[in-house]
Design a protein around this ligand. Structure first.
Ligand code: SIN
Length: 489
């Protein structure tokens, strides 16, 4: 039984690991120790060992050594192990959700939802791996034959964020595993325990040593080690556009294939013909999941001028009623932010907006609970050039502006360097097509706040990155074509 003061109090205590997982072993660190705190209380949760650049190289070597064996398995043999991984994740969903809420802060029900969402990618790609077909191409000469075979790209590196400490890992590693590629994962420093628990379950699922590795370390050092090692053939990163640019430049060294899922600045447009209640519900859901710390979270709301006052009033009332608190409390809607820098940044964005004449309808400051809690905030009368409108907020704050017509809504929505997610509400059939086609974003939610799932391509354009995760396309980046010409037939 866990000790009384064990904050994790897991049913399966073996899920809580404190060391990197390399070549099937929990290895001792030779870098700085990572201190992990509970953002809800500021209390320490535990420590994790990190690796030096030399040890990260050793881990990549182990992944490289595991490649031939994993690649040689049939797709079905790999898929059986991945299905087991999926089943184990579901079996331990309560423990995994608890670990996540403690280290990341999101409400427990959301954390549990994320575990199920993450697991869905293990299942989806276990199935997709069995359908990674090549081509038999009609040859240009009678005595020749032409094949395009699919082969795993090689060792794949993944760098994942703290806002979805489980799902982003499974979404990136499952297609690699299904394709026959070993992976080397660096999770975010603030949420290592969720990642290490996934490694424990991968091991129990029979994923062989060296095929699923988790390294912890100083982020710039890890990025450089991934970029410099010739065995790493693919890097997938979710995080800020600033870091994405650095990783993309570094990946040029070994000509690595790259997938980048970077920042967003999602517009949410409410047209005059929208289902009003559904639009208010949708805006709440698409903005406040994970306290707004979501790449696809609504960043800017645009409402037709005839609905503007009514929408602002109803939306503000709903936002003011959201309950802020510890994610372990079942009544909590909005947990803490991840760290003090997030609070400082949002405070600065709001101060700049206020100085420019913005009006705060509710919230606007750090929450009276103190610590890392921030009041859910609604702002109007904002200048479109203000940072709050132009930058990714990543917190429970949103601004609303009115628009006159469809053309103006599209112009305002597209006026951003980002191109990840966008949303709009309308019941006009022609407009559904016009606006979906006119929005310059990788994903569009029409009359729905939910735009992600195992079966759909997820990703952005412009400064939001490139490449798609999930769906039948999500495995493509992990496979190469090998063209085989056969003569003398
Ligand atoms: C993200 O913030 O990038 C993940 C959101 C999702 O998968 O729905």
């Amino acid at each position: 039984m866990p000790a009384f003061d064990d904050p994790f109090a897991l049913q399966d205590t073996q899920l809580l690991r404190h060391r990197p997982f390399v070549n099937g072993q929990w290895v001792a660190g030779d870098g700085l120790t990572l201190a992990v705190n509970n953002p809800a209380t500021g209390m320490p949760l535990g420590e994790a060992d990190t690796l030096s650049p030399a040890s990260i190289n050793t881990a990549i070597d182990a992944a490289q050594a595991a490649l031939p064996g994993w690649k040689a398995m049939t797709a079905r043999e790999r898929s059986v192990r991945m299905e087991r991984w999926h089943d184990l994740i579901l079996e331990h969903a309560d423990d995994l959700a608890r670990i996540m809420t403690l280290e990341q802060g999101k409400p427990l029900a959301e954390a549990r939802g994320e575990i199920l969402y993450g697991a869905s990618f293990a299942k989806w790609f276990a199935e997709e791996g069995r359908r990674a077909y090549g081509d038999i191409i009609p040859p240009p000469q009678r005595n020749r034959r032409l094949l395009a075979m699919r082969e795993p790209i090689g060792v794949c590196a993944a760098i994942t964020p703290w806002n979805f400490p489980n799902a982003m890992i499974v979404r990136k590693t499952a297609p690699a595993l299904a394709a026959g590629c070993p992976v080397i994962l660096k999770p975010a420093e603030s949420t290592p325990f969720s990642a290490l628990a996934l490694a424990e379950l991968a091991q129990r699922a029979g994923i062989p040593p060296g095929v699923f590795n988790v390294v912890l370390g100083n982020p710039p050092d890890v990025g450089k080690a991934f970029a410099a090692h010739p065995a790493v053939r693919k890097l997938s990163f979710t995080g800020s556009t600033r870091t994405g640019r650095i990783l993309l430049a570094q990946a040029a060294e070994q000509i690595q294939k790259v997938t980048l899922e970077l920042g967003g600045n999602a517009p949410f447009i409410v047209f005059e013909d929208a289902d009003f209640d559904a639009a208010v519900d949708g805006a709440i859901a698409a903005k406040f999941r994970n306290a707004g710390q979501v790449c696809v979270a609504v960043n800017r709301i645009l409402v037709h001028e005839n609905l503007f006052s009514r929408f602002t009033e109803r939306f503000t009332a709903r936002v003011a009623a959201l309950k802020v608190g510890n994610g372990l409390d079942p009544d909590t809607d909005i947990g803490p932010l991840i760290n003090a820098a997030a609070i400082e940044r949002i405070t600065a964005l709001l101060a700049e907006a206020k100085a420019g004449g913005a009006k705060i309808h509710t919230g606007g400051q750090a929450h009276k609970l103190g610590g890392l809690y921030f009041e859910p905030t609604v702002v109007t009368q904002i200048k479109p050039q203000s940072r709050l409108w132009r930058e990714e907020i990543f917190g429970p704050v949103v601004a609303i502006l009115p628009f006159r017509d469809e053309a103006e809504a599209l112009r305002l929505a597209n006026d951003t360097e980002y191109g990840l997610a966008s949303y709009f509400y309308s019941r006009d059939l022609g407009r559904l097509f016009r606006v979906s086609e006119g929005l310059q974003f990788g994903m569009v939610g029409v009359n729905t706040p939910v735009i992600s799932g195992d079966c759909a391509p997820f990703g952005g354009i412009k400064a939001s990155g490139f490449g798609r995760e999930g769906s039948s396309h999500g495995i493509e980046d992990y496979l190469e074509y090998k063209t085989v010409w056969i003569g003398g037939i």
